[in-house]
Design a protein around this ligand. Structure first.
Ligand SMILES: Nc1nc2c(ncn2[C@@H]2O[C@H](COP(=O)(O)OP(=O)(O)OP(=O)(O)O)[C@@H](O)[C@H]2O)c(=O)[nH]1
Length: 538
């Protein structure tokens, strides 16, 4: 039988790819872990490079000043690196909670998630929130418990918290021996070896030497304190007694999380994690579309836009659309169909972004992310394809909780104001609602976090030269009327409700609190309300 060379190439490329995002609460060590993964992947020679690039970027880009001033990361990029003949795509997510909307979208493009937990703090609010998004999408979740070199909760408490509070079964891959000052290393249940911890100098900017011995080596008792050795044997007996098997199907369904312990700062446990991750992670898989399931090896190229970003480099005033490849082979300059509009377009100047460096992409396969120049043609969720026209599902925008009128202080600048507002909306920096009263022209900004407002104002001033101020509205809940204006008219006047319209002119109800919402729901049980907007398909 003849092997189709195209199918063989696609099969090989998909097999070697793994794509993932890291979810964590600020300060758990995401930047540190990212750097160490890149260090082991050979993408950087010395840790510190990503941070250094971030600050370089902040120095060259105006609105990133804000990021630097506040010491938070609010933009995300994609990093690709190789490890043991595999190609890994790490989708970076912003750390600040106000940017969780951005993180939600990035998770829509991820095949796996790494849940990073600070061993002293256990589960924290942002991690819980993001975990719920991963669960909604049934993403496989890998847990890395970090900072074992510091005083920590006990490993059993940490495991228990994941099981009880998240309702997620755990499979322990490695187990810590002591914590804090007493931290000796981890026992790797995969290869049944004890890896001894050594503090690396200079914050682990170089790879750590592997120092491991089998558990049954008689030397072990001279290497770790007796009481910790006994504790380890007891713990292992307990873990074996619980009898959770490594069940790849359950991992891939997001029902079982492999758990790792380590110290990213000391490079400890990072390599063990990477090796196991390659073995257990889900490779690029099928995506549902309006034409059924599309396999990553489907010969026709398809993908969807999950994120837009403007002015990554203000010198060029550019806009980039981040496209997740779902099937086939992407080639520079290829002509594709923009599925929403039906238009043909050439994808020229595609880019791969590594921190702030850019490289032109010649080819890409399922699981990869390509940065496309976006002269306003894309919105989040757009599908591009070759061959038969298909569409991937919309990426939902999440329910905003903060609302404010955005006022332009200088009426002569209304053109720039409108342009800026509409571009920032397209990019997904904020959601825009409008009054139903035509005489009220000022848009209503709707955000998940306060910082989104500040970014919008900052960018309007910096990039569009428009000064603005906010009139905060007293609402905290938004609901979209599923069946549109007709359904709303049917129910008549609604009390304690502010009616506005979204970008597609669909009705949205704003409430001061859940109590008011519940009141409307009980008064009008037939009125269908949704916490998220649904883009009309046309
Ligand atoms: N002791 C110890 N400190 C660590 C470890 N990993 C990271 N840290 C420290 O924890 C702090 C936060 O680490 P980052 O990597 O900046 O955290 P982050 O999660 O990226 O933070 P955000 O940018 O706010 O999301 C830094 O001071 C790190 O040096 C570790 O394994 N041990």
């Amino acid at each position: 039988m003849q092997i189709d060379p195209v199918a063989a190439e696609l099969g090989l490329e998909v097999d070697r790819r793994r794509n993932f995002a890291i979810i964590s609460h600020p300060d758990a060590g995401k930047t540190t872990l990212t750097e160490k993964l890149l260090l082991y992947g050979g993408a950087i020679q010395e840790a510190g490079a990503v941070k250094a690039k971030r600050s370089q970027r902040s120095a060259t880009s105006d609105w990133m000043e804000m990021e630097q001033q506040r010491g938070i990361s609010i933009t995300s990029t994609v990093m690709q690196f190789e490890y043991q003949k595999h190609l890994l795509n790490l989708l970076d997510t912003p750390g600040h909670q106000d940017f969780s909307e951005d993180t939600y979208r990035t998770l829509a493009a991820a095949d796996n998630a790494v849940m990073l937990i600070d061993a002293a703090k256990g589960l924290e609010t942002q991690t819980r929130k993001l975990f719920e998004v991963c669960r909604m999408r049934s993403l496989p979740i890998f847990t890395f418990i970090n900072k074992l070199d510091r005083p920590s909760m006990t490993p059993l408490e940490l495991i228990d918290e994941i099981e009880q509070e998240l309702g997620l079964a755990t499979y322990v891959v490695n187990w810590p021996i002591g914590t804090g000052d007493q931290f000796q290393g981890v026992y790797d249940r995969r290869l049944q070896r004890v890896h001894l911890f050594q503090k690396t100098g200079s914050h682990g900017s170089q790879k750590a030497a592997d120092n491991s011995i089998p558990l049954d080596d008689p030397d072990i008792e001279s290497l770790i304190p007796h009481h910790l050795y006994i504790q380890l044997l007891e713990d292992l007996e307990l873990l074996d007694g619980i009898g959770v098997d490594l069940d790849l199907a359950a991992i891939h369904a997001g029902q079982l999380t492999p758990v790792f312990f380590g110290s990213a700062m000391n490079n400890f446990g990072v390599e063990l994690f990477l090796e196991a991750f390659l073995e257990y992670a889900l490779k690029p898989t099928i995506h549902n579309s309006d034409r059924g399931e599309i396999a990553p090896t489907h010969p026709e190229f398809t993908g969807f836009v999950f994120k837009l970003q403007a002015n990554m480099d203000p010198k060029h005033r550019d806009r980039i659309a981040f496209l997740r490849v779902c099937s086939g082979k992407f080639e520079k300059d290829m002509v594709v169909t923009h599925a929403r509009t039906g238009k043909q377009m050439r994808l020229s100047r595609p880019q791969k972004l590594f921190a702030q460096d850019r490289e032109t992409v010649e080819t890409a396969y399922a699981g990869d992310v390509v940065g496309l120049n976006n002269p306003g043609s894309f919105v989040i969720g757009d599908t591009v394809c070759v061959g038969s026209r298909l569409r991937y599902p919309e990426i939902p925008s999440f329910s905003p909780e903060l609302f404010a009128y955005l006022r332009n202080t200088d009426p002569t600048k209304y053109k720039s104001f409108n342009k800026g507002v509409s571009e920032l909306q397209e990019e997904g920096a904020v959601q825009i609602l409008n009054s139903v009263d035509e005489s009220k022209r000022d848009p209503v900004l709707a955000a998940v976090g306060q910082l989104q407002f500040e970014v919008v104002q900052f960018r309007l001033a910096q990039e569009y030269g428009v000064e603005t101020y906010l009139d905060i509205l007293p609402y905290s809940v938004a609901r979209w009327v599923v069946d549109g204006w007709e359904a709303l008219e049917k129910v008549g006047r609604l009390f304690n409700t502010f009616v506005v319209k979204d970008r597609w002119e669909q009705p949205v109800l704003l409430f001061r609190n859940d109590w008011n919402l519940d009141q409307i729901k009980s008064d009008h049980p037939d009125l269908k309300l949704s916490p998220i907007s649904i883009a009309p398909s046309s």
